[in-house]
Design a protein around this ligand. Structure first.
Ligand code: GCU
Ligand code: CA
Length: 137
């Protein structure tokens, strides 16, 4: 089963404010990143094994414009995810992505790529233990 990491709970970092004004979040709030490319959210997760991990990023975007972000794993950009409008700031949607992780501690950071900044970020559901991809060749 996945492990839930709340965006408002240290060692997670929210470059912005922890808010609770839009209903439907889990835990005690959510990360409202500053509306700029520097307004990031970062999670620290533990993987039992190296390999493919599934990320479930719960977010809300009450605008009609996507709030794309680089998904940065241990300092390297793994992919860019779009974080589309969800219809309302109180409508939360989980985006599922796969990334490669190392055994032990990993940092997973969402770095917004546009001046609008991040969508509001509620939590990260993390599940490791997938198979390690075979080496090339
Ligand atoms: C509104 C909303 C915030 C959101 C912000 C944004 O201010 O209340 O929760 O983060 O818009 O556009 O990022
Ligand atoms: Ca914001």
């Amino acid at each position: 089963a996945p492990v839930r990491y709340e965006a408002e709970t240290s060692p997670a970092v929210c470059s912005g404010t922890i808010d609770s004004n839009w209903a439907g979040f889990t835990g005690s709030g959510f990360c409202n990143g500053a509306n700029s490319t520097s307004g990031h959210a970062q999670f620290q997760v533990t993987a039992a094994a190296a390999g493919t991990a599934t990320l479930g990023i719960r977010f809300a975007n009450g605008t009609t414009t996507a709030r794309p972000a680089d998904v940065v794993v241990n300092g390297a950009t793994a992919q860019t995810a779009s974080f589309e409008g969800t219809g309302a700031w109180s409508t939360w949607v989980t985006k599922t992505l796969s990334v490669q992780v190392v055994a032990g501690t990993n940092t997973i950071r969402l770095n917004p790529t546009t001046p609008g900044g991040l969508a509001n970020v509620d939590h990260l559901d993390f599940e490791a233990g997938g198979t390690t991809p075979p080496p090339p060749g």
